[in-house]
Design a protein around this ligand. Sequence first.
Ligand code: M6R
Length: 603
Amino acid sequence: MCGIVGYIGQENAINILLNGLSALEYRGYDSAGVSIKTDKKIETVKTKGKIMDLASLIIEKKINLNGHIGIGHTRWATHGIPNTINAHPHFTDNVSIVHNGIIENYRVIENELKENSITKTTETDTETIVLLIDMFLKDMIPQKAFKKAVGKLKGSFAIAAIFKDTDTIMLARNESPLVVGISDDAVYTASDISALIEYTNKFIFLEDGDIAEITQNEIKIIDKNDKNIERGIKIIEWSKESAQKGGYKHFMIKEIAEESESVKNTIQSRIDTNGNIYLKEELEIDEDFLNNIDRITIVACGTSYYAGLTAKAVLEKYTNTIVNVEIGSEFRYSSPIFSKNNLFIAISQSGETADTKESLRFAKQSGLNTLSIVNVKESEIARMADNCIYTLAGPEISVASTKAFASQLSVLYMLAFHIGNIKGKDVKKEVQYLLEIPHIMQNTFKQTKKTTQLLAKKYHKYKNFLYLGRGIMYPIALEGALKLKEISYIHAEGYPAGEMKHGPIALIDENTPTVIVSPNKEPFYSKTISNAEEIKARNGKIILLSDKESQIADDILNLKSMDYLFSPFVYVIPLQLLAYYIALYLGHDIDQPRNLAKSVTVE
Ligand code: M6R
């Protein structure tokens, strides 16, 4: 989704802006632009396409972009097609702005502007903001004009604005993240800390309703009640290297390779060698509540939703509690039934996903005890929930989520064992096994890399795939199908293996390979193999992932036998690799697949 970067300091702003925007590329975008305050003028360059296209345009046009104050943007189109004119910044002679989010009342503002004979030239909602500020600038100083315009906006927004006549950047946020980064001789802003970790580890996180004015030496913030406010500085220890490719061809393969490490990081600091889980500090929930918990509601989207769906069985088994797992965009407009001791869990890698965030807000308003499981430090969802357990996966840059998934699973498993323990279950054996999982995952990655590559070579030209699994492997089949469609653009459907005969079997022929995920665990294995027979009888091709040989498979990806409960951690790896290598054979933009965004901050 859209990304913002801003700089005010002593360096030439353009290099810092382009660097920051490149670091935000992973979020997904279709156009990019910058505005720099040069000597008494604002210069703007923007284009449809990538940051590289923007950089080439700047060189080609030989525009003087020397200046120490600037803003930049990557746009993911919502209002108006992705083209140069709709790209940000939007500007007049006096002011230039970049905006993330959606202005819900932009048509009302448009009418107000028309009444003042001001008309838009783009299809965007954002242009109404800049025209409004410009209109107010006739009668007031930039800070006041900005504030007055922001006061009229309804919707979600993070805005950064620069002005011809003042050396400041004005910022505003409502339901869309915006941070201020601080170094010794400069102040930065960005929608996401990863744009700035090359420059600083000190951040201020603006809150909803905040308006800030930044200069090179000062940060002034007023809150939604119009009061001056100090927001604390947080130190974020993410290294620059962890957000770089480190010799890998793509972030996705690097992140799959890091998957075992990220699970290790996530669990090791919370489990001691005697198998005790330490979640108390992060989970300040009364043990009485956890002991009497009578429902767990999990809400998430995409891969995070599948992590919740996978862990459902584990949570139910160890907590003896009903677990509902819901998709964010559906949950927030439903009429869910909550119970007395209902724990609500929001899962999100980015901590920004609008549907998950609004579901969490809804749960909070309904008086539920809320917990978030989030990867990005200090993100919205992390801060909004009563408690947050961070996954320690490090920055996940590739749009296709991989290492975050396994880390989310590891938190959910720990949680299940933790609550189980409070409820009197002996979980020592399970916790010990969880500690061994990173090692098993690492071996699986090494052992399946070559085979999945060969499978990808054989199967990359097929146009449709079916993914089947049963029990705990059903969500893993869903996740495998999601990975394939996201980056290879091949149609793939995940299904519970037993449900195939109720419809999807009509798709089976020699042109539709089926990936079957089935560890050797009864009754699941035999039942799934029966489903495989049904496929074979219709000339379907079968790729089997299992620890048991079978004559039925055209291709078998042999995995080591292990405890069934933990097999999702392991079986997901070859599925991620298969999707990766198929996309590689097809020559796609793996880390930034078309139409997708890393953080989906709109509904
Ligand atoms: O940041 P989140 O975990 O909240 O994101 C949720 C989904 O948008 C995300 O998992 C999406 O499905 C990924 N592209 C999957 O690879």
